[in-house]
Write a protein that binds this ligand. Structure first.
Ligand code: ZN
Ligand code: ZN
Length: 372
């Protein structure tokens, strides 16, 4: 059954660079052929939402939000894999028709920006959102899920079992997938191998969860915030280094890891931190870089040192995940008690979206989830 009419929804708009979010009425169109309309149950807030709010080039006014979870309320005429009533998690979007998408590597879609950041449907520049007949930009990560209803695409919509706590699942679509996927998929961490994680925010702690799920050996988290360090320990970090207390982080990692670690990930994007991370790796080691760096930063690595160790560096988008298979895998780990990602989540009512953003920026909430 397709709903032919648009629905009225409440959504968080960003009208100017820097915000704030303002909750306003918006009309959400009926889904087109390959689209689905989802009644949102909850949505995670990711660092990228705040980067977009604060000036990453997205058109305004726009509805952001890209870690949505909800119930499918209507489907387009050509949707075959999703049914009305399905519980779903929404993830990033991709074009379905480029060399990366054809190789099931949608995180490196050649048309990633157009499908996730352009604010419109890339094929015709239209948008599913409007207010009093005026166009409102949407399609952020193929969803714009900071609203009571969202239009997503069959391709970035992942059905999940109805017995699961849907309210918690949205962050699996981006932040948690990014951290866990980075170590499990992108840099190929294996059981028994060692890992250093720079930064204990949502992505760094998700990397830790991924490492624990696959039974990695030594996992060291470098994080100056004491509460985050404590949480890292509770989630299974074998060591936590506070760089305020232990200024020579490199020496400490070499001591703890027997000369270094086989793998490392940086989630800070700070060149001085990356300079340490590249030196922590044992021969044939691999470093993953996840965070958004300053636009003018160069990689601070000594080429001879890298050569002698045969060390590698991989820049990572969305944890190299194919959401259709990786989200179910994380859920399988969660159900088996090996991936307690719910410990990262702090819930806020949707209308406290600005408070949630503030708590995230202050480090008081690792992964805010807005509940409708
Ligand atoms: Zn593509
Ligand atoms: Zn994200």
């Amino acid at each position: 059954m397709n709903a032919v009419a648009s629905v009225s929804a409440k959504a968080a708009f960003v009208r100017k660079v820097g915000g704030p979010f303002t909750i306003e009425q918006v009309d959400v169109a009926a889904p087109r052929d390959h689209e689905v309309r989802v009644r949102m149950v909850a949505v995670g807030m990711c660092h990228t939402d705040l980067v977009a709010r604060d000036g990453f080039p997205v058109p305004m006014p726009i509805v952001l939000g890209h870690e949505g979870a909800g119930v499918v309320e209507a489907i387009g005429a050509k949707v075959s894999r999703i049914k009305v009533g399905d519980h779903v998690v929404l993830s990033f979007n991709s074009c379905a028709n480029c060399p990366s998408c054809n190789a099931t590597k949608p995180a490196y879609c050649y048309n990633f920006l157009a499908n996730n950041f352009s604010g419109v449907r890339p094929d015709d520049g239209s948008t599913a959102l409007s207010q009093n007949g005026e166009k409102v930009n949407g399609n952020f990560f193929g969803q714009s899920s900071f609203g009571t209803y969202a239009i997503a695409h069959e391709r970035n919509t992942v059905p999940v079992d109805k017995s699961l706590p849907l309210e918690l699942l949205g962050p699996l679509g981006c932040g948690i997938q990014t951290g866990a996927g980075a170590v499990v998929n992108s840099i190929g961490l294996k059981k028994g191998e060692s890992l250093a994680i720079f930064g204990g925010g949502a992505v760094g702690l998700s990397a830790l969860l991924g490492a624990r799920a696959i039974e990695a050996g030594t996992v060291i988290v470098v994080e100056p915030n004491l509460a985050r360090g404590e949480l890292a320990r509770a989630l299974g970090a074998t060591h936590v280094i506070n760089p305020k207390e232990t200024p020579d982080v490199l020496a400490k990692i070499r001591e703890l890891g027997g000369g270094g670690v086989t793998h490392a990930v940086d989630t800070t994007g700070i060149p001085a931190v990356v300079a340490v991370a590249v030196e922590t790796m044992l021969p044939n080691g691999m470093l993953g870089l996840i965070a958004v760096p300053p636009p003018d930063a160069s990689l601070p690595a000594n080429m001879m040192s890298m050569l002698i160790r045969g060390a590698g560096v991989k820049y990572i988008t969305e944890g190299d995940a194919d959401p259709q298979t990786f989200i179910p895998k994380m859920i399988e780990w969660y159900v088996a008690g090996k991936f307690p990602f719910d410990k990262l989540i702090k819930k806020f009512p949707f209308d406290q979206i600005n408070e949630a953003a503030h708590a995230s920026e202050k480090g008081e909430a690792i992964k805010p989830v807005l509940v409708f």
